[in-house]
Design a protein around this ligand. Structure first.
Ligand SMILES: Cc1cc2nc3c(=O)[nH]c(=O)nc-3n(C[C@H](O)[C@H](O)[C@H](O)COP(=O)(O)OP(=O)(O)OC[C@H]3O[C@@H](n4cnc5c(N)ncnc54)[C@H](O)[C@@H]3O)c2cc1C
Length: 571
């Protein structure tokens, strides 16, 4: 087998905010870094972030309040040492981004403008109009290029080389022509982003198929807190495209079919700016009880007309465009139709405070790191606050880059051999060779629809058990009976989508089995049959492992508590 082996100090999979920031940090310190990305870096989902990035900057705010809001928003499942680190470093992260060249929106007096977001004690989200993620991503990418980082874009990372507790490389192929390469490195980092594409109605880019998680899980390594998927209150009706929380932050009101501002019933103090889980449940509840609006009665209104044209054009131009394009509704003139949409993944690849991937609750994997949405650090616990995730990606991207830099002093290169590429070649050949009657779009649609129906905003033992059985059956059909029609090597998107579907099926099983076992309601995980939070039994992280036969085994890991004591959380 002849296959090129490229050697680097560090290889990073993912060119979003987390991956590109880490790469820049390492390259600047003189290390040789490659970033593998299936998309052009600027098409990473980070670029879609609209609303903002949190930091306690103003005199009325404090790091302690930011910490408190994050821990409370997380329904106390966040690790408080990691939260404290992120909140403390947030103001520095903003100033760092600004010095790199990111232009934030400003107040009249020249200070950085901040808008209110759900669950926050003070307006804390810094923003660049409603294009915050794109502004930051462009800045970080430019700076990474300037340092000389090598970006391998439109390359698909298919596997890692993992033996004897150490990761020493990545197997990847060129999407353009299926050329295969081994990336051999002392350190490997995954920054592969989120995975809400498992749900039919979602706000995520097509690429957010959780590849990194399933690749890790197939090696018997754990995934943490997978049951916690955030449903954002405002996706455009019918397709889930995001209308950022900035819309509620700027004053948007939610109305039902009777014209009632229904959040007065659910969270009288915070109204539309209660945490996302609370608002999403309120919306779905209104629809379920027959007070939905729109042609299918499956939406509610968000009304922004009182803001006026000038403010909407200044603060929310992108959101206005989205609603016009997808629904034909102009928010300057009329309310628009929204409902809850699968948005963000709190769970992921378990890491310690410095980004080292966990082998289990006690040991770490050598030479392996993760950051950003793919990782579970766990700063968001059971529910993430708006504008904390761009912060997480940017701060931890940099922090984990620095942690790799430190470790490179003692990490050694374990040379790769051409035979190491065998699992990737095998996977591609198997998928290309299958000729069954199921298709990738068909199976994907069944998965997404059933996940939305059975493992969405509201869950029960019955719906989750049903979904476990559905996902298992779909996995079986995928492995035994799924064909792809394109057998060529040039831009074979059929092949890529099939590999991605394999990943979606695997991590979906983690989501539903972890959710089935968690017999309580906490944050984004709401069980209609166990409506209370149960700290006695479930103040712990789920650590789920998959065996070779595809069965999931669950263990639990302690939550790192801190100065913010457990309290009842109503919104
Ligand atoms: C519509 C929307 C709006 C949002 N708004 C906000 C907001 O206002 N504030 C906020 O805090 N958060 C927001 N978020 C969340 C936040 O944007 C993301 O959590 C964060 O940007 C993720 O960054 P990341 O670097 O971890 O991953 P991403 O930016 O998603 O990048 C993932 C990278 O991994 C690569 N990749 C994945 N799999 C492979 C593979 N197999 N091979 C090669 N490459 C691979 C992709 O090419 C990509 O480069 C929003 C999310 C969405 C969907």
């Amino acid at each position: 087998m002849s296959i090129p082996i490229h050697t680097y100090d560090a290889v990073i999979v993912g060119a979003g905010l987390a991956g590109s920031t880490a790469a820049r940090e390492l390259e600047k310190a003189g290390k040789k870094v490659a970033v593998i990305t299936k998309l052009h870096p600027l098409r990473s989902h980070s670029g879609a972030a609209q609303g903002g990035i949190n930091a306690a900057l103003s005199d009325k705010d404090s790091v302690e309040l930011h910490e408190f809001d994050t821990v409370k928003g997380a329904d106390y499942l966040a690790d408080q040492d990691v939260v404290a680190l992120m909140c403390r470093e947030a103001p520095k992260t903003i100033r760092w981004a600004e010095r790199m060249g990111a232009a934030f929106s400003r107040n009249e007096d020249g200070t950085i403008a901040q808008r209110p977001f759900g669950g926050q004690s003070s307006p804390r989200a810094c923003f660049a109009k409603d294009r915050t993620g794109l502004t930051l991503l462009q800045t970080v990418y430019e700076q990474a290029l300037r340092e000389g980082v090598e970006f391998w874009d439109e390359w698909y990372a298919a596997d890692i080389i993992y033996r004897d507790g150490k990761v020493s490389g990545v197997l990847a192929f060129n999407i353009r022509n299926q050329e295969k390469v081994i990336f051999n490195a002392k350190a490997v980092m995954f920054a592969t982003g989120g995975y809400a594409r498992a749900f039919k109605i979602n706000s995520n880019a097509h690429a957010n198929t959780g590849d990194g998680l399933s690749i890790v899980a197939r090696h018997g390594l754990p995934l943490e807190d997978m049951e916690f998927v955030q449903f954002h209150p405002s996706g455009l009706s019918g397709n889930g495209v995001l209308i950022s929380e900035a819309a509620r932050g700027e004053g948007g009101k939610l109305l039902n079919a009777l014209g009632e501002r229904f959040m007065t019933q659910y969270a009288p103090e915070k109204l539309e700016l209660a945490s996302r889980d609370v608002v999403s449940r309120a919306i779905i509840n209104e629809i379920r009880e027959g007070r939905g609006v729109g042609p299918r009665k499956d939406a509610v209104f968000i009304d922004l007309t009182h803001l006026g044209k000038e403010k909407i054009m200044e603060r929310l131009p992108e959101l206005r465009d989205l609603a016009i394009t997808f629904l034909g509704l102009d928010m300057i003139k009329e309310p628009i139709l929204i409902s809850a949409t699968a948005h963000y993944s709190m769970g992921g690849i378990p890491v310690d405070i410095d980004g080292h991937v966990r082998k289990n609750s006690k040991e770490l994997v050598e030479g392996f790191y993760a950051a950003g949405e793919a990782a579970c650090a766990s700063v968001h616990g059971a529910n993430r606050l708006g504008a904390n995730s761009v912060l997480e990606a940017l701060f931890f991207g940099r922090h984990v880059g620095q942690s790799i830099l430190k470790d490179l002093e003692h990490l050694e290169l374990r040379p790769a051999k051409a035979e190491d590429a065998a699992p990737m070649i095998q996977e591609i050949e198997t998928i290309m060779g299958r000729n069954g009657s199921d298709t990738v779009p068909g199976l994907r649609n069944e998965l997404q629809q059933s996940m939305t129906d059975n493992a969405g905003v509201f869950r029960t033992e019955e719906t989750l058990q049903k979904q476990v059985d559905i996902v298992k059956a779909l996995r079986k059909r995928f492995h035994e009976n799924c064909r792809i029609d394109d057998k060529s090597k040039i831009f074979n998107t059929d092949l890529q989508e099939a590999i991605e579907l394999g990943h979606m099926l695997d991590y979906s099983l983690f989501i539903v089995q972890s959710a089935l076992a968690r017999r309580e309601s906490r944050g984004a995980h709401y069980r209609e049959d166990y409506t209370k939070r149960d700290d006695e039994q479930f103040l712990k992280h789920t650590m789920a492992y998959m065996d070779g036969a595809g069965d999931i085994r669950l263990e639990y890991m302690d939550v790192t508590l801190g100065r913010h004591e457990l309290k009842e959380r109503t919104y």
